[in-house]
Design a binder for this molecule. Sequence first.
Ligand SMILES: CC(=O)c1sc(CCOP(=O)(O)OP(=O)(O)O)c(C)[n+]1Cc1cnc(C)nc1N
Ligand SMILES: [Mg+2]
Length: 614
Amino acid sequence: MVLDKVNSPDDLKGLTLEELLALAEEIRSEIIRVTAQNGGHLASSLGAVELILALHRVFQSPKDRILFDVGHQAYAHKLITGRKDHFHTLRQEGGLSGFTKVSESEHDAITAGHASTSLAHALGMAIARDLAKEDYHVVAVIGDGALTGGMALAALNKIGELGKRMLIILNDNEMSISENVGALNKYFKELQIRKWVQDAEKLGRSILEHISPKLFGLVDRAKEAAKLILHQENPFYAWGIRYIGPVDGHDLKGLIHILEHLKELDGPTLLHVVTKKGKGYKVAEADPIYWHGPSGFDPLKPEKVSKGYTWSQAFGDAVTELAYLEPRLFVLTPAMREGSGLVRYSVEHPERYLDVGICEDVAVTTAAGMALRGLKPIVAIYSTFLQRAYDQVIHDVAIEALPVIFAIDRAGVVGADGATHHGVFDIAYLRTIPNLQIAAPKDALELRAMLKKALEIGGPIAIRYPRDNVERAPEGAWPEIPWGRWEVLKEGTEAYILAFGKTLKYALEAASDDPRIGVVNARFLKPLDREMLKALARYRLLTVEDHQRMGGFGSAVLEALNEMGLKPQVKVLGLPDRFLEHGSIPSLHRQAGIDAEGIRRALAEMGVPPTYER
Ligand SMILES: CC(=O)c1sc(CCOP(=O)(O)OP(=O)(O)O)c(C)[n+]1Cc1cnc(C)nc1N
Ligand SMILES: [Mg+2]
């Protein structure tokens, strides 16, 4: 195997083209093999194999810095940068991260996971390089989806103005997780269709075959002039960035050739490569949406597997039905149609559905604009990605108490995607915002009740729910819910567990048949149910949440007790003040002590030990 000979990118330099092509196929097989057992970002990584080999052939990592936006497409990069013997641990507890991670390898230029960060990182690195009068290349690989993010477009604006030497590789596969959106995306498609651009490209390259790279700049300038004369208003020119392409992102020889030339150029250059998401694996090429992130499959007989009925689907079903009852309802997603359970809704209500691209800030403020003009928008968004729109929640929604609902999916630890994706800060970053209410349903029925009530009462409301399966609620069921009121699920004589959201199941398990332990579904965090809290203050109280301990639900309870002048014995269970890495959700909960065992331990520490050894 050629891969056996590759322990660092330097080992690529001595390989023949045939060996490189063979290596690409070996890498594809290894990516399929390991993703089949561990799950992971299969289609994106298969589509970037040739590009990554060409980059590491031409540039000298780690001296040259090669950045991968989102970092989910970088499995080939991991395999050729000394991690092939650990690749089987991908996304497993204690194993390799599923994204690039600075602390994992000197070849990982950035810690990624959230989209659209690579260009600003690259700008910063180029400035630092030039200030230190050092000499290395900065190369940023960014997907067409990630390029829809405002951070990326704003960074381009600055990069063009400063004219720093760097190479931006636009990996255009016309896909985000769903089909990509946006005017730029439409323009790229047009570019690929305009045969003459490709012919001009081929002409330019064939001339280069016979002349020295030095003149490449001339040809490049000539092409620029040609494009300008032909009114080829290429947005990158407006940004002051040299645009080259589109070129075939799977033509290894051609990529090496053009990268050799581009590395000689000064100033910022964007190379537009066209790739096929899922390249080299038929099922993934045919359905890059499902195979973007499969959770595991038989590599010889790859079939889609159902993950069971999820909270995301429960949300999708509820809003799809609600839209028939409430004509002003409008649902927005920042590029997460499938993940947020909105496929059915987008088909049944296309005129009241909007995928804004990977720009959560735009999603929230667009919703604010809609609310100001009479609509009732719901922003369907992962907890971790809502972090990208914090100011918009405050400035554009909460100050005017607009009727925007935040359906916060993936609230809590999310498992194999790890620290960049755990949704464990939203309570802390939302609960201090005036006018904004926060709730967490215990099941799909309560989710339906909360969504319907939230539409009726208006005002910004955040409803958070976990990455988990949930029992399906009957279609048409719209139970009433006493807004702001908690629910006692089990009476107790000595202590009460106040559980918020997902941890309720652990609380019921821990209390099980122990008459001393009561359990409360503390489903409203803002407003807290102060009346019930006051009534329970004569017991020992244990709060538990799938969220950072600091600033979470428990903090809110402590503050409320303090304001009411009540001083019961209280213990707060939550996630520790560190980043939890990737691993299985139950294992991460166990490590954090918020599972049933952890709750029992906490109760014992409070003087209410289990009635018998378990
Ligand atoms: C992994 C993850 O969380 C991905 S990968 C991905 C699509 C990226 O499309 P791109 O065209 O850049 O790459 P491609 O897959 O190669 O086509 C999204 C939207 N997400 C979720 C997401 C949402 N929002 C933000 C801020 N970051 C991320 N990572
Ligand atoms: Mg893409």
